[in-house]
Design a protein around this ligand. Structure first.
Ligand SMILES: CC(C)(COP(=O)(O)OP(=O)(O)OC[C@H]1O[C@@H](n2cnc3c(N)ncnc32)[C@H](O)[C@@H]1OP(=O)(O)O)[C@@H](O)C(=O)NCCC(=O)NCCS
Length: 190
């Protein structure tokens, strides 16, 4: 996966046309902004995203998010731009397995940015990027109680099956327009 920076067109979602939203790859200096974002999520949202009662990312998890290598691991930040500041309003992590031609995702939107179509746009962009790298299947895990993620997954054509734990479900989708070249070959050459 190449480094990403995409402007989210307001007309594609239900956000104000004045909102300046950018989806971009994380940078090494984004640690404080990402932690601040995670702390601002409601306890329910953090539980849904990280499957536990954490208040912020543990150091190892933060290091993994920041150390995404842009090839088989990607951390994306959705940011809202104003004249004076950039605020993180969403994030996603993607891990690709070149051997299996599969990718795993996890994502979240800030509580006050939900229900405007941004989750669907974010997941759609992840699907496009993964397919462009030859990934055939994308999957993620969600708590069974997470109605928003299950609704989003269903709306985007994911099939739901039993998860690895009794409290989870696995969401899985065969991607369209998959690039024919082997992603491993590209990654090894990078
Ligand atoms: C899950 C989450 C990413 C959804 O993001 P969102 O921006 O609110 O979703 P969207 O507005 O793009 O919704 C797209 C579709 O998903 C479905 N959906 C969204 N929220 C829903 C809800 N609460 N109940 C049922 N369906 C829902 C709808 O079909 C919706 O389409 P519609 O708006 O045309 O009806 C967001 O709620 C979130 O960040 N939750 C906390 C973290 C989390 O649960 N992460 C998932 C773990 S991988």
């Amino acid at each position: 996966m190449a480094s990403l920076s995409v402007r989210i067109e307001a007309h594609r979602s239900r956000v104000s046309p004045q909102a300046e939203l950018i989806l971009r790859s994380i940078r090494p200096e984004d640690g404080d902004a990402l932690q601040d974002y995670v702390r601002r999520l409601s306890p329910q949202s953090r539980a849904n995203r990280f499957f536990g009662p954490l208040r912020e990312l543990p150091p190892g998890e933060l290091a993994r998010a920041l150390g995404a290598n842009e090839r088989d691991r990607l951390t994306l930040l959705l940011t809202s731009q104003s004249a004076s500041a950039e605020t993180v309003v969403g994030e996603a992590r993607v891990a690709l397995s070149c051997v299996e031609r599969e990718g795993e995702f996890g994502m979240s939107l800030a509580d006050d940015w939900r229900g405007r179509g941004l989750g669907s746009i974010l997941l759609g962009l992840i699907e496009e990027r993964a397919a462009a790298d030859g990934i055939e299947t994308l999957f993620g895990d969600t708590l069974r109680s997470n109605e928003s993620m299950i609704g989003l997954a269903r709306a985007r054509g994911y099939r739901l099956s039993e998860g690895l734990e009794p409290r989870t479900l696995r969401m899985r989708k065969r991607l369209a327009h998959v690039a024919p070249d082997l992603p491993c070959r590209k990654w090894n050459a990078a």
